[in-house]
Design a protein around this ligand. Sequence first.
Ligand SMILES: Nc1ncnc2c1ncn2[C@@H]1O[C@H](COP(=O)(O)OP(=O)(O)OP(=O)(O)O)[C@@H](O)[C@H]1O
Length: 622
Amino acid sequence: MNASARPAAPAATPTRARPGADAENHEAPGTSAAPLDPFEAPAPKGAARALLRTVLGPDTRRLCLVVLLVLLQQAAALAGPLLVAVTINRAIPALTRQDAAPLVIVAVGYALCVLAAGVLQNLFVRLSVALGQNVLTELRSRLFRHIQAQGIEFHESHAAGAVTSRATGDVEAVRELFEGGINQIVTAGVSLVYVSAVVLALDWQLGVAALAALLPISWTMRVFRKRSLPVYQRRSAAAAAVAGDMNETFAGISTVQAFRRADANDRRFAVLNRHHRVENRQAGLEMARYVTSSRLVANTAVAALVLWGGYRVASGALELGSFAGIALYLRDLYDSPLQLGGVLDTYQSAIASLGKIAVLLSIEPSVVEPEHPTPLPTLAENCVGRRVSYQAVDFAYRGAGEVLSRFELEIPAGQTVALIGPSGSGKSTLAKLLARLHDPTAGRILLDGVDLRSVTNDELRNAMVMVPQEGFLFSGTIAENIALGRPDASPEEIRRASAAAGAHQFINELQDGYQADVGSRGARFSAGQRQLIALARVFLVDPSIIVLDEATSALDIPTERALHTAMRALLHGRTSMIIAHRLSTLQIAHRVLVLADGRIIEDCTPADFLADRRRWTQAHRP
Ligand SMILES: Nc1ncnc2c1ncn2[C@@H]1O[C@H](COP(=O)(O)OP(=O)(O)OP(=O)(O)O)[C@@H](O)[C@H]1O
């Protein structure tokens, strides 16, 4: 359903309905009853990490190398305070005894450490960026393939924007983690272990006290993690709702403007946008609370340790150098968890996003490739059509009532059937089942005796083409658009197909002919021209079965005539099902089926049907 056609208050998809409604009712989003839609389901525990493991799988060796580099880099980078301790405890007393060697060794060691830390850091960043890019590329490819493989049901029931947001916005959150977050997490983790060991080695008593202060710091971190995960999940859903609303509105901008929906849309968008702001602020507040409380604990601990350490030096229990080294290390020690907390924001966001990506990737397509395919019988000579049989077909859309019940229909090979009937009578459902955009809930549909579910996608692609009502043109040239179903077609084949469809003349009159750019969604062509291009596509594929949803837009008489001539030529000998929106189209058909409430109420010839034109009006009465 289009944004513009939808009433302002309740939204069509759960993604959008929830945030809007929540913002108005001041309820916590996500606290309502569990959603039926798997797309909206919370990620199962561990799903995000499991997904990360599978995408990181091929890069395990590179990952090990990154870890090794971090270990070495941190050892070099954190050597400074240890060298200060050695300088005070050993090198300076040696110098007072005229022995400069220890001081020179410490100075050279320090310089080497600084150099090594820089070089290793550079290598580590390069490797981890490459690793991150591999993960992101793999995630995007998986998502694109998976979303594209979903049945039409999935796409009809989810706002394109919400799906796109998961494929772009959520991947973006993972990108942030890989482009800095992981660096910091790994560095902070390694530094924590390393500094703890050195501090304990310098003075175990002061070391134990310093480490004990890590407990309250890590407790504040755990509280933050627990509180922030749902906040980040809600923020991510709110962002998806905003993206979804924008996407849908702009996709249907002509209807928005035709129905003067701009103000109503502004109001609805304002609700979603406010909700997004509230969730964003909430996430920011969580972060601020964490930073303040953990810093307070850390600074109090440093003050207490310096006091006790100073007292131990004065009493001779601790060397001055060791005390200085520990004091210098305290900053690194307490900064590590604080730093970890800082990047936890990125980490939590990324894990929430990975969870949502994992949920999307776990949704099984409603129409799947057969495990044990059956090939379609070879067509007899001079026969281009195939026999179609609907046998005891039941069908219901997800979450909706039954549309077809024990539906039976036989279409002999080569017959053109026109479907007519009031809106909602099941014409499109019947056509979509034949094109295998959905599978029957029960019963089966056969092509020359073979169940559609047993035919491979490759074979089906060549055997059947569905021409939707709106001839959608993709960005690119006209030639590329005509060759959509057969990208390997030669320019001559493309020209012949468009000539057969009656499109050659107007294409030829364009400045760049077949190389003309179609522009945004083919807006530069009339509805009739787009239909002719759509028919040319079908000529090129040369299928045995055609399912055609006739365009409803009014065409002028010459274009309609051209379209009918093209359709007559295209359908000749093939089995076809046309959802007829024009009385004149019935003349192309061999048979007319009148549907009502998912049943055939009349099965007759066009001549019989047309004998009484009033029946057309009756058949189309909603
Ligand atoms: N995606 C969907 N989800 C749920 N119900 C649907 C969906 N698509 C169609 N329906 C319902 O199935 C029934 C048959 O719809 P269908 O689109 O097949 O009718 P139609 O005869 O083609 O109508 P129209 O001429 O208006 O296109 C209707 O009650 C409709 O509301």
